[in-house]
Design a protein around this ligand. Structure first.
Ligand code: TUI
Length: 314
């Protein structure tokens, strides 16, 4: 049994958070992960306020356990999404792609735990001072919007810099990754890519198949130059993006190319011109399972690894 402050803080059985992925993490996946003892998280980045309200209600109808909502702070709808989270009484909020400082007090007044994703030590310290209940240190191995540092370099430096519990994310897909994250001082993990192929995940079948087929070098980061770095599976869209970037295309041109492409991949199953966001760890995601099977396997592997490592100390 692996327990940490994250289990107590979030009132969950296992220290595993499911990444709140846009167009991917709907009520069905979030509730299944929460029912399996982790923290399921609804990804609200592409939702309108009303759709988020429906997804929260659906999650509540499927589980009595704690769950979270991820707020992508660059979302055009952010104010409306925040209002829905406050009205519906969601237990946990994770944030990405920005500074949630201005919402912290309002969330706390409602008893909502706030766990921002941070890509650097400086940002971690700032948000700890701002009242974050825990932090997700997310390495550049992750899918979607990424920072610069690797999980291996970022997590121990953040752990040394703050007192609140740190959750590691980026490049974690099995029990070895969980054990490694704990060795670095993390007290929990956030896993996205492995849950894309969960039975309860409602993303298009082609997307799941692309993750299962992906090898270690099949993702690329587009947009590092434009300030919007995004890790996706390399396809025609990614190549076109990289060509335009190399030619010094304007932000408008790049934004035009990217518009609606995540939906095209996740909803329509377009694996050629869609934006197939996933992490570098896709190479070891090889089978479809229920969320419960994934969590059970992750935890028993992590325990076995930690026991094996302990025996190496003589
Ligand atoms: O947010 C994510 N990953 C995401 S959001 C997303 S939605 C999207 N849709 C279409 C195009 C692009 C994105 C897909 N993937 N991860 C959390 C994360 N946050 N990673 C990095 C950061 C981050 C970066 C800078 C957090 C804070 C930050 O601070 C900058 C500042 O100083 O405000």
């Amino acid at each position: 049994m692996i327990k940490s402050r994250i289990c107590e803080l979030l009132n969950i059985e296992y220290p595993i958070l499911q990444g709140g992925m846009a167009w991917v993490s709907t009520a069905s996946l979030a509730a299944a992960v929460s029912n399996a003892g982790g923290l399921g998280i609804i990804g609200s980045a592409a939702m309108t306020a009303e759709i988020l309200r429906e997804e929260i209600k659906k999650t509540k109808s499927l589980t009595t356990r704690p769950f979270g909502v991820n707020l992508m702070l660059m979302s055009q709808q952010i104010k409306g999404l925040v209002d829905i989270v406050l009205e519906e009484g969601v237990p946990v909020v994770t944030t990405g792609a920005g500074n949630p400082g201005i919402y912290m007090e309002t969330f706390h007044k409602k008893g909502i735990k706030v766990i921002p994703v941070i890509p650097s030590v400086a940002f971690a310290k700032r948000l700890e001072r701002g009242g974050a209940d825990a932090l997700i240190a997310e390495g550049t191995e992750s899918g979607g919007h990424v920072g610069e540092l690797t999980t291996m370099a970022l997590v121990p430096q953040v752990v040394d810099a703050v007192k609140v519990p740190v959750i590691a994310a980026g490049g974690i897909g099995d029990g070895r990754g969980i054990a490694a994250a704990f060795a670095l001082g993390a007290e929990g993990v956030q896993i996205g890519t492995r849950f894309i192929v969960a039975n309860e995940c409602t993303v298009h079948e082609n997307y799941k198949e692309a993750v299962i087929k992906a090898g270690d070098r099949d993702t690329v980061v587009t947009g590092r130059k434009t300030g919007h770095p995004v890790r996706i599976i390399e396809n025609r869209l990614a190549k076109e993006f990289m060509r335009l970037e190399a030619e010094g295309a304007s932000m408008e041109e790049l934004e035009k190319l990217g518009a609606g492409k995540l939906r095209a991949a996740a909803v329509d199953g377009d694996m050629t011109y869609g934006s197939v966001m996933c992490g570098q760890i896709a190479g070891l995601v090889k089978k479809r399972q229920s969320s419960k099977e994934i969590i059970q396997e992750l935890m028993s592997e992590a325990e076995a690894v930690l026991e094996k490592l302990q025996k190496m100390v003589v």
